[in-house]
Design a protein around this ligand. Sequence first.
Ligand code: NAD
Length: 456
Amino acid sequence: MLEIHNPATGEPIAEVPQATPEIVAERARAARRAQPAWFAIGLDARLQVLQRFRAALAAELEPLAATLTQEVGKPIRQSRNEISGLLGRIDFFLAQAAATLAPQQVFDEGGTREVIGLDPLGVVANISAWNYPYFVGGNVFVPALLAGNAVLYKPSEFATLTGLHIARLLHQAGVPPDVFSPLVGGGAVGAALLAQDVDGVFFTGSHATGVKIAQAVGPRFIKLQLELGGKDPTYVCEDADVQAAAESLADGAMYNAGQSCCSVERIYVHERIHDAFVAAFVDTVRGFKLGDPTREDTYIGAITRAPQLDVLEAQVADAEAKGATLRLGGARLAKPGNWFEPTVFTEVDHTMALMREESFGPIIGIQKVGGDAEALMLMNDTRYGLTAGVYTRDEARAKAILARVNAGSVYWNCCDRVSPRLPWSGHGDSGVGLTLSTYGIQTFTRPRAWHLRQPG
Ligand code: NAD
């Protein structure tokens, strides 16, 4: 049995049976058998099924948001935002699937035609994270199902109830149970899934687990996508609107208690506005209400995984030992559940774990810089490369910097933003592969090259 706890109170919520290795193997065989019929019903039928899934999500938004808040500690308004956000992503996939998946004729001469066909991969494994289970799961299973694949879905052990709701709603909408199988459990269930006969592995999670998955899957030459963590930097130039930048970046750093892959994790501020920016930033963060995530006015909820509190404490101790100035917070809260104060450091540098390792919590370092060259050098001084941003009134200046940053997504005067219309991908230790945009539909297919010659 998998025990599920409420991270905001520490209290048990539910016990759910875990998938045994035998169940995982049986579900994988069933998926293999069921996938051809799912593809054969055609795209129009699959679009209708996913449209019904979207309608069911919208109809159950309130109870689904309440479950998400209960099992991951996310403030209720942010849980609602996530489910609403998935509705928008589904709309994008539904609107783009037909054109994106259609065969494309690329040559027609002398009785010979050449056509690119897009076949489904077959059976894909979707191993998911807990921090945005609707987003990171939906980025995979929605386009994968539309393209005609069967999906073996392992929700995070910290978002199991949400994962089971997703499966229930997909089945009610008309996805056959063998075409979408939820597999409940932790890393051992994920590892058992990797051992099955699958045609693709789509993973969202930490760099450490991503390395293990790459090692397990590598020799089999199957499609592998790894959407991993980040240490996302932003640079605030001296001509930026200081108040607006501070408010935007405080939100980017603290939303979902900083537990976002694209949270702002490092801020570099031009020396001419550094002090004003820090004052406005700390002021904004002070205004964020921390507490019971079921309350409408809560902005910072619980830390989902208890071990992360140790990581945050260690980063605080390391930063203090190396001379950083603590401007706000800095400690866990002495109450049941997993709680950490929003924490702001200045006078930080790159010897500190706070500026090098993913924090994944409500903690941020702000570093003073002398100009664009220094900011760019520091932004690129990382193994990660998910997102990066620049705040300035000068678009040309922002673009000149952002074009040279190692990151899959770049932001001018915004941050912590994901669009279904744009590809989502990382550089370096942030992973390989991509989701979202039309590329994120095609990625669940393999091209077939058709050479068609009319008989004389
Ligand atoms: P995690 O790596 O601990 O777990 C992710 C999933 O992998 C879980 O379902 C887990 O059960 C499973 N797993 C664990 N060990 C496994 C193994 N040996 N084999 C197969 N599966 C295994 O990550 P997490 O704590 O769930 O998620 C947080 C991380 O995810 C952060 O680093 C965050 O930045 C990253 N993330 C990235 C994106 C992105 O789009 N790039 C989005 C969300 C989260």
